[in-house]
Design a protein around this ligand. Structure first.
Ligand code: GLU
Length: 418
């Protein structure tokens, strides 16, 4: 799948959404192009004294609905095409969550596990210096994504504040609590996904305890999400991470696995529990579960993997795990896909709440935060579902239709094209 271009994939779905809505090319053509793209080079003095130059990206896809907003990932496969697609997905996601943001994404092509903590900090700070003129509390607000975390967000806030000369926590979200973060943000994406699955259950007349689930990916989203789903009664029978897939048909003790992974470099390697074995990663996607929870990377369910899928519903925690071809296949097979742009919106909605607290200086309790998050997740789901039923389309197409309508309306009202 070397020729897979996630941005092209996104454009095809967007075009289909526009066609369903009866929108002319003139009305939405601008949404097909990112507003601004930056590529930066990042020379870093490594701990042994040699200089290594990394590539970094920041794409601002849209500012129609507000400041550009989206995470930063550190990954060896990160490149312009990937970041461009991720930025556009953020515009769509933020429109569905109905929060006052456009969409952006950033990336550095690096395997952070190969860097020392000091190297990682230097790399992060250099990246901030390069993109500083283009970010800001009301301009473009980064956040965590794959392989980035609260500590890295603290460095970003610190470096940016050193440049501007004033403490500016609202320039980035997903920060540690002591550095202007919010209670609840770290769990927001996984918690939001749990609410999405609960809503799906209610619509199907099912209970969470009726469901079996396999999760691909055990980073922040996969681990918090499957832990909360497990607590809600879901039987998690498989957890996959890069080192292999843990399988226990009797149900994994997710509490135990969660603690283990967090104290073993986020890996389940060496984890033991009665009835559990390790199976090859390809097997996980083919397990006869009710829910396949995709929480790793994009382009996982494609022509080469889709036929083995036996799940009733696919819950997308990662951004872009399903290609258009696989989407069509699942639709024909009656497998429902709860798409990323609707289901994992909890992360950025949670970021919005953090940003609001930074702007007002008034900090919320975790209960307040979670209650608002739940309301938003439910509303986002219902808004998408209304379109899905009205037009008899998939959740994904309905989600794109809703987002496109909202983005175009904002552009037109502002007179962007005038
Ligand atoms: N990286 C997360 C996402 O893809 C969160 C982005 C944010 O909070 O800005 O939705």
């Amino acid at each position: 799948m070397a020729d897979y271009n996630p941005y092209e994939n996104m454009l095809h779905v967007l075009d289909k959404a526009a066609e369903k809505l009866g929108m002319t090319k003139n009305e939405y053509e601008f949404v097909r192009y990112p507003e601004r793209e930056l590529t930066v080079s990042l020379p870093i003095v490594m701990d042994d004294g040699h200089v290594e130059v990394f590539s970094g990206y920041r794409v601002q896809h849209s500012t129609a609905r507000g400041a550009a907003k989206g995470g930063i990932r550190f990954h060896p496969a990160s490149d312009e095409n990937e970041v461009r697609a991720l930025a556009a997905w953020m515009s769509i996601k933020n429109a569905i969550g109905n929060i006052p943001y456009g969409g952006a994404k950033g990336g550095i092509k690096v395997d952070p596990k190969k860097l020392s903590e000091r190297e990682l900090q230097r790399l992060t700070r250099t990246y901030v210096r390069r993109i500083a003129p283009f970010i800001g509390t009301d301009k473009d607000v980064p956040a965590p994504d794959v392989n980035t975390n609260a500590q890295i967000m603290a460095w970003i806030a610190d470096e940016y504040s050193a440049i501007t000369g004033e403490w500016t926590p609202g320039v980035v979200t997903g920060k540690p609590i002591v550095a202007g973060g919010s209670l609840g943000r770290n769990e927001a994406t996984g918690r939001g996904l749990t609410y999405t699955l609960e809503t799906w259950c209610e619509k199907k007349g099912l209970a969470m305890k009726d469901l079996t689930l396999a999760v691909q990916g055990f980073g922040n989203v996969g681990s918090v999400g499957s832990l909360l789903m497990h607590r809600a009664g879901v039987k998690v029978i498989a957890i996959g991470d890069i080192d292999g897939s843990l399988y226990n048909p009797n149900g994994i003790d997710v509490e135990k696995a969660y603690v283990y992974a967090n104290s073993h470099g986020r890996s389940l390697k060496g984890y033991e529990e009665e009835g559990a074995t390790f199976i090859p990663n390809e097997e996980l996607l083919k397990l006869p579960v009710d829910v396949l929870f995709m929480a790793a990377l994009e382009n996982q369910l494609h022509a080469g993997t889709m036929e083995g899928v036996k799940a009733k519903v696919i819950l997308e925690g990662a951004n872009g795990p399903t290609t258009e071809e696989a989407d069509d296949y699942f639709e024909a097979k009656g497998i429902e896909v709860l798409p990323d742009v609707m289901s994992n919106v909890g992360g950025v909605v949670g970021s919005y709440y953090e940003w609001v607290q930074n702007k007002t200086g008034l900090y919320w309790t975790e209960e307040e935060y979670n209650a608002r998050l739940k309301d938003n997740m439910r509303r986002s789901y219902e808004d998408v579902d209304a379109i899905r039923q009205q037009y008899h389309v998939t959740y994904r197409l309905a989600a794109y239709m809703l987002a496109l309508k909202r983005i175009v309306e904002a552009q037109n009202t502002r007179g962007f094209l005038g």
